[in-house]
Design a protein. Sequence first.
Length: 156
Amino acid sequence: MGKSNEVGAIPYEKANNVEYSLFQTHGRITRKAFFFRLFLCVIVWLIFHAVYVYWDTPNYNDWVVKGGGKIQAGAAQIEMRHKIILNIDFYVIPSILLVFMLIQAVKRSHDVNRSGWFLLVPFYNLLLMLDEGTDGDNDYGLVPHPEKKSPSYRAN
């Protein structure tokens, strides 16, 4: 048994740990971790959207009203900044968060012992939210959070 005198100790791979592999598709996550990451994505998007709605849009609208259609000093910079923030808010941030959530959905489908390709089935994501994970280890990895560690006994 090598240097270890413990019997029944099962090595737990660090790569299967939920906290270690946020951006990798292998491994499993629980429903609780899936919902937490979904909530985190919504919060991140709301922060960026609040910056757009409450900071940039009023400044841009004030500039348009004050200008009265005439060219002002700095008009190109204000217009460009508004377009950049608009594109980031509506295209870049949602795309990044969508890819992140697809990775989490693949890991969630691994928890119910299905391939990630099942995400192409319509409404399968709803089933993932409701279905419990496989008890114990399955084809895609170890249990994400084991309930109890088995006691280890010293060999006499």
